[in-house]
Design a protein around this ligand. Sequence first.
Ligand code: GLU
Length: 504
Amino acid sequence: MTGQPSLKLPARVRFAPSPTGTLHVGAARTALYNYLFARHVQGSFIVRIEDTDVARSAPEFERAILDDLAWLGLDWDEGPDKGGDYGPYRQSERSAAGIYRKAAARLLDEGKAYYCFCSQERLEQLKQECLNRDEMPKYDRRCLQIPAGEAAARIEAGEPATIRFRVPDGNEVEVTDLIHGRTSFSSNVLGDFIIIRSDGGVSYNFAVVIDDIDMAITHVIRGEDHLTNTARQMLLFQALDEEPPAYAHHSLIMGPEGGKLSKRHGATSVGEFRQLGYLPGAIINYLALLSWSTAEDREKLSMQEMIRDFEIYRVSRSAVIFDIKKLNWLNGLYIRDLDPQSFHNLTAPFRRGAAPGATASQLAVAERAIQTSLVTLADTEGQLKGFFDDFAPAESGDIAELVNPESARVLELALVKAAALSGDGDFAPDAADSEIEAARRLLAELKIESKREKIAPKRMFQTLRIALTGQTSGPELPFLLAGLARDTVTKRLTRALEYVKAAM
Ligand code: GLU
């Protein structure tokens, strides 16, 4: 049996989350690859909710996952909330409709599945015996010997039983994975696995296969943690006389020191990144490029460009490491690309009252200034404070860096120059360009004067930044100078100078 890359058109792919938690970035990447693949070939992207684990699944998680997918811009064509011609799209509903039992009944009728009455204790003992012999645990097929009539009578009498798939012996199954290439496995290593549990619930592998058939899925794109399931799933396709879909198993995201990316590495769910002030475009861009690149190796790509250029065969097989620095870098680029109104709206929840009493245009200028240096939207509060908080030099930890003659001299020079600043920091936003230009000129002159006095430009810029904001990082200086009222600039420089002189 061979699983060849499917040539069926139109392509239909699915993202099949289990609603047992929120959307992990790893799962978001799976969704993204499915989405890009579908959109690239103008196929359909389907969301299927795999909620057969009743104890761990919750509707709140389903809602949160769908919200996060929508926020990321991964819109789907069919799904539990949208409907479609291949529904229902929740496994719990499919189960209630008897879809899996019907399919299992067919396999029972054809002798491709059988009832198993073995107790949990017996199965446990069997497993131990296999392990003691250093063998992979495998069911010993005791219940396969039970004549069909007898099994039916025991079921009729209410005896609990599972339904096991009878794995065909000596079958070489070959999977042509679009990312991993060709792999083959022998069915002999697989034990007869359970497809319907004793409580009537469906097993993961069985539900997935029935659903992929019913939903006419042409390509299964998922994480390589599912590779071992693929063997079982392909045998089920074969038993049901169905052509399996094409498979593409992508690598998993690791933490910085290898091992699974987990909570102890910081944020791992899309919702957390959203709350921390990451933009969906940056997350998408970052996840796309984790193991895929365009032929030209471009680093910043819009969704349209990704859709145009995405090729599943270009996805690399190697494990990928989550690199927060790269995500931060991309996030900064995406923040800089926002138009002023979007920036204003998106930062609103992150201002947290950091600009009390600021007029709309003062805020607009300050926003323009901080937009140049935010890593995440959550930096808004701290950076706005640099503008609007009347900080006391003595309380700013960084001010100590200025206690030296060079910084004192820079402050003196800057104070003279600052008198030439025109604004009250509250100019109309459309005048911002000329204000920023004036601030640039002021800084250029100050740089020349400082150099003349053998003061390094770096020292000069850092001195101004700390004196003006109390912080060592923040908006680019020309934006800062233009955004602060002249009186504020003068006051802060004076206070810093007084502090430095007193401390020297
Ligand atoms: N529900 C499975 C999961 O969340 C996905 C199964 C699949 O893609 O086949 O891992």
